[in-house]
Design a protein around this ligand. Structure first.
Ligand SMILES: [Zn+2]
Length: 478
């Protein structure tokens, strides 16, 4: 944290004495803490009385209170959000950041407000979840799109826009090669009115179900939603690895939280890039590669410490990366991969693999080290074999089968009997035990192995551990 000036220090000290109470005031609008807290509480009550215009005033007041209170807390352990998710305990204690995205691809951050300081949604409306991609199984990474500001009559429009967003996301490498590892649901909510609040092109006349609104916290194109309400509707889907609030709007805007939630404009399919960036954080545990002139703190402030992210380092030369076998050392023989100064919201002190990438600005691809991290993370979440049969020892002639998530043609499938490879079965997903030539009168071990040999991953130890799966049967030799 930067050294505050004298007057700033005085304010921070005052807030420090009642930091927790001030936060409570900001969240609940209670008049129980210091001067700043009372101002925030008044602003909140005023906002509730006169709705939208005053909400902006309350927001500004609470941004001040929150920033000071959080500063007084020292930033909390393992700053979360776009710096990665440090886990539930730290998540509860730490401040986090919302990212907003400009049409030219520029990414900027804003400190998140406490829960309750964004406009409220409407729970209990008629809603339903519809699968739009992939199998309904726990062995998938599941994305849930929740629509906001679509009336019942506009449900087909929402479906069409989600399809466009989804196709755009799946066109992004490396997701294009791993689409079967993903599942997606659409949650339709019958909104009482059309559109979302503060849309400069078409502002809604009434609050929308998810409370989505543009110019969140006064930031142009930052599209906030009531997270709790979004979560309550997303729960209609059987799993929620990434939850996306979709505004019925054609105005460019969005938000990435770094915590598995994002907002986009349904009428702008390009905002699917925001989802890809969010997946970089919440799935790939990637760090940001851009510099943030606002210097809000968190990772990147103060320098020197090696960050946990696979795509950012303090190591300043390719030669040292190779010597240390650190971060993206395996990719340094690839053109354009080097150590570029600037990343983790700082201009200096941190280094990234490429001049530009999707973790630095939209409209760019993930660089190879980031794509590798994403594929590895997918394998941390999804096993390459969905099912195998039979599930017990085999005493009579039958087929042994494995069902792979990816088509078997894009995997290496091999078989072995009593430890010896059976080349004739290579690439097959089933084997007839009667054709294995098993010696009679004893049990034999039969194994099927599935291995992803993708060039996106160069970490062979990880390939052996997580990207290879073997199933075994004991088969009686007739
Ligand atoms: Zn980010």
């Amino acid at each position: 944290m930067r050294s505050p000036n004298v007057s700033g220090m005085a304010i921070i000290c005052r807030v420090r004495r009642g930091a927790r109470r001030a936060l409570t005031v900001a969240e609940r609008g209670l008049d129980a803490a210091g001067v700043a807290g009372r101002r925030a509480g008044r602003a909140v009550r005023h906002a509730r009385a006169s709705y939208r215009p005053a909400m902006r005033l309350a927001t500004a007041a609470c941004v001040l209170v929150t920033a000071l209170a959080l500063a007084a807390q020292g930033g909390g352990p393992g700053t979360a959000g776009p710096c990665g998710d440090p886990g539930p305990q730290a998540r509860a204690a730490a401040p986090w950041y919302l990212e907003s995205f400009a049409p030219d691809g520029t990414i900027t951050r804003t400190r998140a407000l406490p829960a309750g300081m964004v406009s409220s949604g409407i729970t209990g409306l008629p809603a339903s979840a519809t699968p739009i991609h992939g199998a309904t199984t726990a062995n998938r990474f599941t994305v849930v799109f929740v629509g906001d500001g679509y009336t019942a009559e506009q449900a087909p429009e929402f479906a069409q826009q989600v399809d466009a967003l989804w196709r755009t996301l799946l066109a992004t490498q490396p997701f294009d090669a791993y689409a079967p590892y993903l599942a997606a649901y659409r949650v339709d909510i019958a909104a009482p009115g059309s559109g979302v609040s503060d849309d400069p092109a078409r502002p809604a006349k009434t609050p929308s179900p998810l409370g989505m609104h543009y110019r969140c916290q006064g930031v142009e194109r930052l599209l906030c939603a009531d997270d709790a309400t979004v979560g309550s509707y997303a729960a209609l889907a059987p799993a929620q690895d990434l939850v996306v609030a979709v505004a019925n709007s054609s105005t460019y805007g969005g938000l990435a939280s770094g915590r598995g939630t994002a907002s986009v404009a349904g009428g702008v399919p390009e905002t699917a890039q925001i989802l890809a960036h969010e997946l970089g954080h919440s799935l790939g545990a990637l760090g940001d590669e851009y510099a943030d002139p606002k210097d809000l703190g968190g990772h990147g402030e103060g320098g020197a410490e090696e960050p946990p992210f696979p795509n950012v380092t303090t190591v300043d030369t390719p030669t040292r990366l190779l010597q240390d076998k650190a971060k993206w050392w395996r990719w340094l023989d690839t053109s354009a991969i080097s150590t570029y100064e600037g990343g983790l919201h700082q201009d200096t002190g941190y280094y990234r693999p490429t001049a530009d990438s999707l973790m630095r600005s939209l409209g760019q691809p993930f660089n190879y080290p980031s794509a590798e991290a994403l594929v590895k993370s997918l394998y941390g979440r999804v096993k390459p074999i969905d099912a195998s049969s039979p599930s017990e020892n085999v005493a009579t002639r039958q087929n042994l089968t494995v069902t792979t998530v990816l088509p078997a043609t894009s995997l290496e499938v091999s078989w072995a009997v009593d430890g010896a490879a059976v080349p004739a079965l290579a690439g097959r997903t089933s084997a007839d035990t009667g054709a294995l030539g098993l010696a009679p009168g004893t049990w034999h071990s039969v194994q099927a192995s599935v291995r992803d040999t993708t060039v996106w991953v160069r970490d062979e130890a990880y390939r052996d551990d997580a990207m290879t799966q073997t199933v075994s049967w004991w088969v009686w030799g007739g």
